[in-house]
Design a protein around this ligand. Sequence first.
Ligand code: PDD
Length: 307
Amino acid sequence: MPRIAYVDGAYLPHADAAVHIEDRGNQFADAVYEVWAVRAGGLLDTPGHLKRLRRSLGELHIAVPMSDDALTLVLHEIVRRNRLRDGLVYLQVSRGVAPRDHAFPSPAVSPTVIVTAKRTDMKTAEARAEKGISVITLPDIRWGRRDIKTVSLLPNALAKQAAKETGAGEAWLIDPDGTITEGSSSNAWILTPDNVLVTRAASNSILNGITRLAVIEAASGEKLRVEERAFTRDEALAAKEAFVTSASAHVTAVVAIDGQKIGDGRPGAVAKALRTAYLTAARQNSVALHKREAGPLVARRTKRRIP
Ligand code: PDD
């Protein structure tokens, strides 16, 4: 089954899909992105990702390339054409193609839209979740607008590579004041010894994860108290549990930080319960949304067939 990608209105074999060499995403990282998890053929947390995409585009004054309905159609089509059951869908919108100049092109050019799909090996993913991951801590050297989901990810890539080189699954980044901001590609959470879930409050310092928001909701369903505030490395080391959230990791337990065990060094009960609660709710929302979207489409098709 060949992989299929979407580039500016065309569905192409993945190997032939390309953008112009003077795309501003390429030269200036002048682009934003979103990543959707696909489980059992359904996209998870679609409304949240679309909302954040609009916010990222707005903050950078990049034109909205198409309506949410049209974009949703493209996302579903990519899932369908790739026969994707479990995996990730990646969407990127750049400011467009223009001769290289730092200032925005004037008059404005059309944004470039690309969508790709990637399969997840569920056996490996589930084994990783079951075992938990270890994290290392590193200084956060990123810019001041981490709330915008831009493709400017070099510090994140360097941090993830450093983690990988020590056998860790993620790097938690630390601000100059000693507090943890988030992971290189995930949000950071701890469970304090008195059973309070803590994750940093949304601000310019972190990306407000869509999974993070869904897990805050799932936690209230599980009658768990959540405090949205900064926490230090020392507080994390003394935590009962720790975990990360993201579209690709869902909820994945952290079993060690900088080589020191968290709890008994195995995924904690709360992290496991939140993973299950999150996935159950996300799947239900996805199925309900697909049904609502399919409704008008089926109705329109039926209407056309009536002579
Ligand atoms: N990463 N923080 C950062 C820096 C991230 O890159 C991500 C997501 C998150 C979690 O956001 P969400 O829950 O919406 O996935 C937090 C994606 C998955 C990526 O870059 O591949």
